[in-house]
Design a protein around this ligand. Structure first.
Ligand SMILES: [Zn+2]
Length: 395
Protein backbone atom coordinates (compact mmCIF):
# COMPACT_ATOMS: atom_id res chain seq x y z
CA UNK A 1 0.00 0.00 0.00
CA UNK A 2 1.63 3.26 -1.17
CA UNK A 3 1.04 6.09 1.29
CA UNK A 4 2.25 9.60 2.11
CA UNK A 5 1.66 12.17 4.81
CA UNK A 6 -0.65 15.11 4.20
CA UNK A 7 -0.91 18.05 6.59
CA UNK A 8 -4.37 18.22 8.17
CA UNK A 9 -4.21 22.03 8.14
CA UNK A 10 -2.48 23.25 4.93
CA UNK A 11 -2.66 19.98 2.92
CA UNK A 12 1.05 19.97 2.09
CA UNK A 13 2.38 16.48 1.27
CA UNK A 14 5.42 14.74 2.81
CA UNK A 15 7.14 11.37 2.24
CA UNK A 16 6.60 9.03 5.20
CA UNK A 17 10.36 8.72 5.78
CA UNK A 18 10.56 12.35 6.90
CA UNK A 19 11.97 12.93 10.39
CA UNK A 20 9.53 15.85 10.80
CA UNK A 21 6.68 14.79 13.08
CA UNK A 22 4.39 17.66 12.08
CA UNK A 23 4.07 20.23 9.31
CA UNK A 24 5.93 23.58 9.39
CA UNK A 25 2.50 25.20 9.80
CA UNK A 26 2.05 23.23 13.05
CA UNK A 27 -0.62 20.92 11.58
CA UNK A 28 -0.67 17.20 12.37
CA UNK A 29 -0.06 14.66 9.60
CA UNK A 30 -2.75 12.42 8.18
CA UNK A 31 -2.05 9.43 5.95
CA UNK A 32 -3.07 9.78 2.33
CA UNK A 33 -3.67 6.38 0.79
CA UNK A 34 -5.70 4.45 -1.75
CA UNK A 35 -8.96 3.35 -0.05
CA UNK A 36 -8.31 -0.21 1.13
CA UNK A 37 -10.53 -3.24 0.54
CA UNK A 38 -11.05 -6.06 3.01
CA UNK A 39 -12.07 -9.58 1.91
CA UNK A 40 -14.64 -10.21 4.67
CA UNK A 41 -15.30 -13.79 3.53
CA UNK A 42 -11.66 -14.78 4.04
CA UNK A 43 -11.27 -13.40 7.59
CA UNK A 44 -12.58 -16.48 9.42
CA UNK A 45 -9.51 -18.59 8.61
CA UNK A 46 -7.06 -15.89 9.73
CA UNK A 47 -5.09 -15.44 12.97
CA UNK A 48 -6.92 -13.84 15.93
CA UNK A 49 -4.86 -10.66 15.92
CA UNK A 50 -5.12 -7.15 14.47
CA UNK A 51 -3.18 -8.49 11.45
CA UNK A 52 -6.27 -10.40 10.30
CA UNK A 53 -7.14 -7.00 8.76
CA UNK A 54 -3.86 -7.07 6.81
CA UNK A 55 -5.23 -5.29 3.72
CA UNK A 56 -6.14 -2.16 5.70
CA UNK A 57 -2.85 -1.91 7.62
CA UNK A 58 -0.37 0.20 5.63
CA UNK A 59 2.78 -1.91 5.88
CA UNK A 60 4.21 -2.83 2.48
CA UNK A 61 6.10 -6.08 3.16
CA UNK A 62 4.92 -8.87 5.49
CA UNK A 63 8.49 -9.47 6.64
CA UNK A 64 8.44 -6.05 8.39
CA UNK A 65 5.44 -6.85 10.58
CA UNK A 66 6.32 -6.70 14.30
CA UNK A 67 3.69 -8.65 16.22
CA UNK A 68 3.13 -10.38 19.57
CA UNK A 69 -0.26 -11.81 18.52
CA UNK A 70 -2.09 -8.71 19.83
CA UNK A 71 -5.80 -8.10 19.31
CA UNK A 72 -9.22 -9.72 18.89
CA UNK A 73 -9.88 -9.12 22.58
CA UNK A 74 -13.09 -10.58 24.09
CA UNK A 75 -16.43 -8.76 24.01
CA UNK A 76 -18.39 -9.91 27.07
CA UNK A 77 -21.93 -9.20 28.26
CA UNK A 78 -22.44 -7.50 31.61
CA UNK A 79 -25.04 -5.46 33.45
CA UNK A 80 -23.97 -2.22 35.14
CA UNK A 81 -26.42 0.28 36.74
CA UNK A 82 -29.28 -1.71 35.16
CA UNK A 83 -27.89 -1.23 31.68
CA UNK A 84 -26.91 -4.10 29.40
CA UNK A 85 -23.39 -3.48 28.10
CA UNK A 86 -20.76 -5.31 26.10
CA UNK A 87 -17.35 -4.91 27.68
CA UNK A 88 -14.46 -4.87 25.21
CA UNK A 89 -11.59 -6.25 27.28
CA UNK A 90 -8.88 -4.18 25.64
CA UNK A 91 -6.64 -4.44 28.68
CA UNK A 92 -5.80 -8.00 27.57
CA UNK A 93 -2.76 -7.21 25.48
CA UNK A 94 0.89 -8.33 25.62
CA UNK A 95 1.95 -5.13 27.43
CA UNK A 96 -1.33 -4.80 29.36
CA UNK A 97 -3.03 -2.00 27.43
CA UNK A 98 -4.78 -1.35 24.10
CA UNK A 99 -1.80 0.78 23.04
CA UNK A 100 -0.25 -2.39 21.63
CA UNK A 101 -2.61 -2.00 18.67
CA UNK A 102 -0.89 1.22 17.65
CA UNK A 103 2.61 0.15 18.68
CA UNK A 104 2.50 -3.00 16.53
CA UNK A 105 1.70 -0.98 13.39
CA UNK A 106 3.93 2.02 14.12
CA UNK A 107 6.98 -0.11 15.04
CA UNK A 108 6.39 -2.24 11.91
CA UNK A 109 6.53 0.94 9.83
CA UNK A 110 9.65 2.15 11.65
CA UNK A 111 11.29 -1.19 10.83
CA UNK A 112 10.15 -0.91 7.21
CA UNK A 113 11.72 2.56 6.98
CA UNK A 114 15.03 1.13 8.25
CA UNK A 115 15.07 3.41 11.32
CA UNK A 116 17.20 1.95 14.14
CA UNK A 117 16.71 4.45 17.01
CA UNK A 118 13.56 6.22 18.23
CA UNK A 119 12.35 8.42 21.09
CA UNK A 120 8.83 8.61 22.50
CA UNK A 121 6.86 10.25 25.31
CA UNK A 122 3.95 8.82 27.22
CA UNK A 123 1.89 8.87 30.39
CA UNK A 124 3.08 5.25 30.71
CA UNK A 125 1.05 2.78 28.66
CA UNK A 126 2.05 3.90 25.18
CA UNK A 127 5.67 4.06 26.35
CA UNK A 128 5.45 0.48 27.62
CA UNK A 129 3.84 -0.65 24.35
CA UNK A 130 6.46 1.10 22.20
CA UNK A 131 9.29 -0.28 24.36
CA UNK A 132 7.89 -3.83 24.05
CA UNK A 133 7.54 -3.77 20.26
CA UNK A 134 10.90 -2.00 19.79
CA UNK A 135 12.48 -4.77 21.90
CA UNK A 136 10.81 -7.34 19.63
CA UNK A 137 12.12 -5.54 16.52
CA UNK A 138 15.64 -4.85 17.85
CA UNK A 139 15.12 -1.08 17.64
CA UNK A 140 16.81 1.16 20.23
CA UNK A 141 14.19 3.09 22.14
CA UNK A 142 14.22 5.97 24.62
CA UNK A 143 11.02 6.88 26.49
CA UNK A 144 10.13 10.05 28.43
CA UNK A 145 7.43 9.76 31.12
CA UNK A 146 6.10 11.97 33.92
CA UNK A 147 7.89 10.90 37.12
CA UNK A 148 4.46 10.45 38.71
CA UNK A 149 3.54 7.63 36.26
CA UNK A 150 2.56 4.30 37.81
CA UNK A 151 5.56 2.31 39.00
CA UNK A 152 4.35 -0.78 37.12
CA UNK A 153 4.50 1.00 33.77
CA UNK A 154 7.94 2.51 34.46
CA UNK A 155 9.43 -0.83 35.52
CA UNK A 156 7.98 -2.43 32.38
CA UNK A 157 9.57 0.20 30.10
CA UNK A 158 13.02 -0.29 31.69
CA UNK A 159 12.85 -4.08 31.61
CA UNK A 160 11.93 -4.08 27.93
CA UNK A 161 15.34 -2.45 27.51
CA UNK A 162 14.29 1.10 26.71
CA UNK A 163 16.16 4.03 28.23
CA UNK A 164 13.67 5.61 30.64
CA UNK A 165 13.69 9.32 31.48
CA UNK A 166 11.41 10.46 34.29
CA UNK A 167 10.36 14.09 33.93
CA UNK A 168 9.07 16.18 36.87
CA UNK A 169 5.73 17.94 36.41
CA UNK A 170 2.71 17.32 34.21
CA UNK A 171 2.25 15.17 31.11
CA UNK A 172 2.66 18.39 29.07
CA UNK A 173 6.04 19.08 30.72
CA UNK A 174 7.16 15.68 29.41
CA UNK A 175 5.80 16.52 25.95
CA UNK A 176 7.81 19.79 26.01
CA UNK A 177 11.10 18.05 26.88
CA UNK A 178 10.77 15.68 23.95
CA UNK A 179 10.33 18.47 21.40
CA UNK A 180 14.08 19.18 21.76
CA UNK A 181 15.04 15.53 21.51
CA UNK A 182 12.85 15.09 18.40
CA UNK A 183 15.17 17.43 16.46
CA UNK A 184 17.92 14.77 16.53
CA UNK A 185 16.19 11.37 16.70
CA UNK A 186 13.07 9.89 15.01
CA UNK A 187 10.13 10.86 17.23
CA UNK A 188 7.86 7.81 17.39
CA UNK A 189 4.90 9.71 18.81
CA UNK A 190 1.68 7.84 19.41
CA UNK A 191 -0.21 11.14 19.23
CA UNK A 192 1.47 12.84 16.27
CA UNK A 193 2.32 9.83 14.08
CA UNK A 194 -0.71 8.64 12.05
CA UNK A 195 0.64 5.08 11.73
CA UNK A 196 -0.25 4.63 15.42
CA UNK A 197 -3.90 5.48 14.65
CA UNK A 198 -3.80 2.89 11.85
CA UNK A 199 -3.32 0.36 14.65
CA UNK A 200 -5.85 1.78 17.15
CA UNK A 201 -8.54 1.76 14.43
CA UNK A 202 -8.56 -2.05 14.59
CA UNK A 203 -10.66 -1.91 17.77
CA UNK A 204 -13.63 -0.80 15.66
CA UNK A 205 -12.98 -3.44 12.98
CA UNK A 206 -13.00 -6.05 15.76
CA UNK A 207 -16.18 -4.78 17.43
CA UNK A 208 -18.04 -4.75 14.11
CA UNK A 209 -16.77 -8.22 13.17
CA UNK A 210 -17.69 -9.58 16.63
CA UNK A 211 -21.20 -8.16 16.11
CA UNK A 212 -21.39 -9.83 12.69
CA UNK A 213 -20.67 -6.49 10.93
CA UNK A 214 -23.51 -4.72 12.71
CA UNK A 215 -22.70 -1.28 14.12
CA UNK A 216 -23.35 -0.94 17.89
CA UNK A 217 -25.59 1.92 19.06
CA UNK A 218 -22.94 3.51 21.28
CA UNK A 219 -19.30 3.14 22.28
CA UNK A 220 -18.08 4.52 25.61
CA UNK A 221 -14.36 5.14 26.18
CA UNK A 222 -11.85 7.25 28.15
CA UNK A 223 -10.46 10.27 26.26
CA UNK A 224 -7.19 12.15 26.85
CA UNK A 225 -5.48 12.69 23.49
CA UNK A 226 -8.50 10.94 21.95
CA UNK A 227 -6.64 8.13 20.18
CA UNK A 228 -9.54 5.63 20.39
CA UNK A 229 -12.08 8.16 19.09
CA UNK A 230 -9.75 9.02 16.20
CA UNK A 231 -9.15 5.32 15.51
CA UNK A 232 -12.90 4.58 15.45
CA UNK A 233 -13.49 7.57 13.15
CA UNK A 234 -10.81 6.32 10.74
CA UNK A 235 -12.08 2.73 10.73
CA UNK A 236 -15.64 4.02 10.35
CA UNK A 237 -14.71 6.02 7.23
CA UNK A 238 -12.94 3.01 5.71
CA UNK A 239 -15.77 0.56 6.45
CA UNK A 240 -18.30 3.04 5.02
CA UNK A 241 -16.18 3.47 1.87
CA UNK A 242 -16.05 -0.31 1.50
CA UNK A 243 -19.84 -0.47 1.85
CA UNK A 244 -19.62 -2.71 4.94
CA UNK A 245 -21.44 -0.29 7.29
CA UNK A 246 -23.68 2.75 6.80
CA UNK A 247 -23.28 4.72 10.01
CA UNK A 248 -21.13 5.22 13.09
CA UNK A 249 -22.22 4.55 16.71
CA UNK A 250 -22.79 7.42 19.13
CA UNK A 251 -19.36 8.03 20.66
CA UNK A 252 -19.31 8.83 24.38
CA UNK A 253 -15.94 10.21 25.52
CA UNK A 254 -15.14 10.25 29.24
CA UNK A 255 -12.82 12.75 30.95
CA UNK A 256 -12.13 13.63 34.58
CA UNK A 257 -13.37 16.65 36.53
CA UNK A 258 -9.69 17.35 37.24
CA UNK A 259 -8.68 17.76 33.56
CA UNK A 260 -11.66 18.19 31.19
CA UNK A 261 -10.54 20.25 28.12
CA UNK A 262 -12.58 18.25 25.56
CA UNK A 263 -15.63 18.30 27.86
CA UNK A 264 -15.44 22.11 28.16
CA UNK A 265 -15.05 22.70 24.41
CA UNK A 266 -17.88 20.29 23.59
CA UNK A 267 -20.20 21.84 26.17
CA UNK A 268 -19.57 25.36 24.89
CA UNK A 269 -20.17 24.32 21.26
CA UNK A 270 -16.62 25.26 20.27
CA UNK A 271 -14.85 23.82 17.22
CA UNK A 272 -11.38 23.89 18.81
CA UNK A 273 -10.18 22.60 22.17
CA UNK A 274 -8.54 25.35 24.23
CA UNK A 275 -5.55 23.84 26.08
CA UNK A 276 -5.81 24.09 29.86
CA UNK A 277 -3.02 26.00 31.61
CA UNK A 278 -3.11 23.50 34.46
CA UNK A 279 -5.18 20.70 35.90
CA UNK A 280 -5.84 19.12 39.27
CA UNK A 281 -4.45 15.79 40.39
CA UNK A 282 -6.25 12.75 39.02
CA UNK A 283 -5.70 9.02 39.42
CA UNK A 284 -6.67 8.64 35.76
CA UNK A 285 -3.11 9.40 34.62
CA UNK A 286 -3.69 8.01 31.11
CA UNK A 287 -6.12 10.82 30.24
CA UNK A 288 -4.43 13.63 32.21
CA UNK A 289 -3.97 15.59 28.99
CA UNK A 290 -4.17 19.40 29.07
CA UNK A 291 -3.72 19.86 25.32
CA UNK A 292 -5.26 17.23 23.00
CA UNK A 293 -3.39 18.10 19.80
CA UNK A 294 -6.08 16.69 17.50
CA UNK A 295 -8.91 18.38 19.44
CA UNK A 296 -10.67 19.75 16.35
CA UNK A 297 -11.04 16.30 14.80
CA UNK A 298 -12.20 14.81 18.12
CA UNK A 299 -14.97 17.41 18.51
CA UNK A 300 -16.02 16.95 14.90
CA UNK A 301 -16.49 13.18 15.18
CA UNK A 302 -18.25 13.46 18.56
CA UNK A 303 -20.78 15.85 17.01
CA UNK A 304 -21.10 13.90 13.75
CA UNK A 305 -22.08 10.77 15.66
CA UNK A 306 -24.50 12.59 18.00
CA UNK A 307 -22.08 11.70 20.77
CA UNK A 308 -21.39 13.19 24.17
CA UNK A 309 -18.60 14.03 26.61
CA UNK A 310 -19.01 13.09 30.27
CA UNK A 311 -16.73 14.05 33.15
CA UNK A 312 -16.36 12.00 36.32
CA UNK A 313 -14.97 12.69 39.80
CA UNK A 314 -12.15 10.85 41.59
CA UNK A 315 -14.80 9.22 43.82
CA UNK A 316 -16.56 7.91 40.73
CA UNK A 317 -13.26 6.51 39.46
CA UNK A 318 -12.80 4.61 42.73
CA UNK A 319 -16.39 3.37 42.54
CA UNK A 320 -15.78 2.28 38.94
CA UNK A 321 -12.72 0.21 39.87
CA UNK A 322 -14.70 -1.41 42.66
CA UNK A 323 -17.81 -2.19 40.57
CA UNK A 324 -15.76 -3.75 37.77
CA UNK A 325 -13.59 -5.73 40.21
CA UNK A 326 -16.76 -7.22 41.76
CA UNK A 327 -17.48 -8.58 38.29
CA UNK A 328 -14.00 -10.11 37.91
CA UNK A 329 -12.57 -7.25 35.89
CA UNK A 330 -9.44 -5.54 37.19
CA UNK A 331 -8.61 -2.32 35.38
CA UNK A 332 -6.49 0.74 36.08
CA UNK A 333 -8.10 4.03 37.23
CA UNK A 334 -7.97 5.53 33.70
CA UNK A 335 -10.12 2.66 32.40
CA UNK A 336 -12.59 2.82 35.27
CA UNK A 337 -13.85 6.32 34.31
CA UNK A 338 -16.31 4.66 31.92
CA UNK A 339 -18.43 3.31 34.78
CA UNK A 340 -19.45 6.77 36.01
CA UNK A 341 -20.42 7.65 32.43
CA UNK A 342 -22.80 4.67 32.31
CA UNK A 343 -24.81 6.29 35.08
CA UNK A 344 -24.68 9.85 33.74
CA UNK A 345 -24.86 9.56 29.95
CA UNK A 346 -28.17 10.24 28.22
CA UNK A 347 -26.93 8.58 25.04
CA UNK A 348 -26.53 5.12 26.55
CA UNK A 349 -29.98 3.54 26.42
CA UNK A 350 -31.33 0.31 27.83
CA UNK A 351 -32.17 -2.27 25.15
CA UNK A 352 -29.48 -0.92 22.80
CA UNK A 353 -26.05 -2.33 21.94
CA UNK A 354 -23.67 -0.34 24.13
CA UNK A 355 -19.97 -1.20 23.94
CA UNK A 356 -17.63 -0.12 26.74
CA UNK A 357 -13.90 -0.15 26.00
CA UNK A 358 -11.67 -1.11 28.94
CA UNK A 359 -8.19 0.10 28.08
CA UNK A 360 -5.57 -0.86 30.68
CA UNK A 361 -4.89 -3.57 33.26
CA UNK A 362 -5.13 -2.83 36.98
CA UNK A 363 -1.89 -4.73 37.49
CA UNK A 364 -0.01 -1.81 35.92
CA UNK A 365 -1.25 0.65 38.53
CA UNK A 366 -1.09 -1.33 41.78
CA UNK A 367 0.59 1.64 43.53
CA UNK A 368 -2.23 4.02 42.54
CA UNK A 369 -4.99 1.52 43.37
CA UNK A 370 -3.41 0.94 46.79
CA UNK A 371 -3.39 4.67 47.39
CA UNK A 372 -7.09 4.90 46.46
CA UNK A 373 -8.20 1.95 48.59
CA UNK A 374 -5.31 1.81 51.04
CA UNK A 375 -7.19 3.07 54.06
CA UNK A 376 -10.14 0.80 53.37
CA UNK A 377 -7.87 -2.26 53.02
CA UNK A 378 -6.04 -1.37 56.24
CA UNK A 379 -9.36 -1.02 58.12
CA UNK A 380 -10.54 -4.43 56.93
CA UNK A 381 -7.22 -6.03 57.92
CA UNK A 382 -7.40 -4.46 61.39
CA UNK A 383 -10.95 -5.69 61.83
CA UNK A 384 -9.87 -9.20 60.82
CA UNK A 385 -6.92 -9.14 63.27
CA UNK A 386 -9.04 -7.89 66.18
CA UNK A 387 -11.71 -10.56 65.64
CA UNK A 388 -8.96 -13.22 65.41
CA UNK A 389 -7.52 -12.02 68.73
CA UNK A 390 -10.95 -12.35 70.31
CA UNK A 391 -11.16 -15.98 69.21
CA UNK A 392 -7.54 -16.72 70.23
CA UNK A 393 -7.61 -15.17 73.69
CA UNK A 394 -8.93 -17.55 76.41
CA UNK A 395 -11.85 -16.26 78.46
ZN1 LIG B 1 0.69 22.33 7.15
Amino acid sequence: MKVNYICSRCHRRFAVNTFAYKCQCGGAFELEKIPPKLPLGRLKSRANSIWRYREVLPIIKDENIVTLGEGMTPLVEERIFDKEVLLKLDYLFPSGSYKDRGASVLVSKIKELGIKTVVGDSSGNAGAAMAAYCARAGITCEIYCPESASEGKLVQISLYGAKLNKIPGSREDTAKVIQEKAKEVFYASHNWNPFFTEGTKTVFYEICEQLNWEVPDSIIMPAGYGSIILGIALAGRELKDMGVINNLPKLVAVQTEAIPPIYEAFRKGETKVTPLAQGRHTYAEGIACLNPIRGEQILEVLRETDGEVIKVSEEEIAEGINILAQKGIYVEPTSAVVVGALRKSLKIKEGKTNVVILTGSGLKATDKILRIFGREFAAKEQLKRSSLQKIDSPK
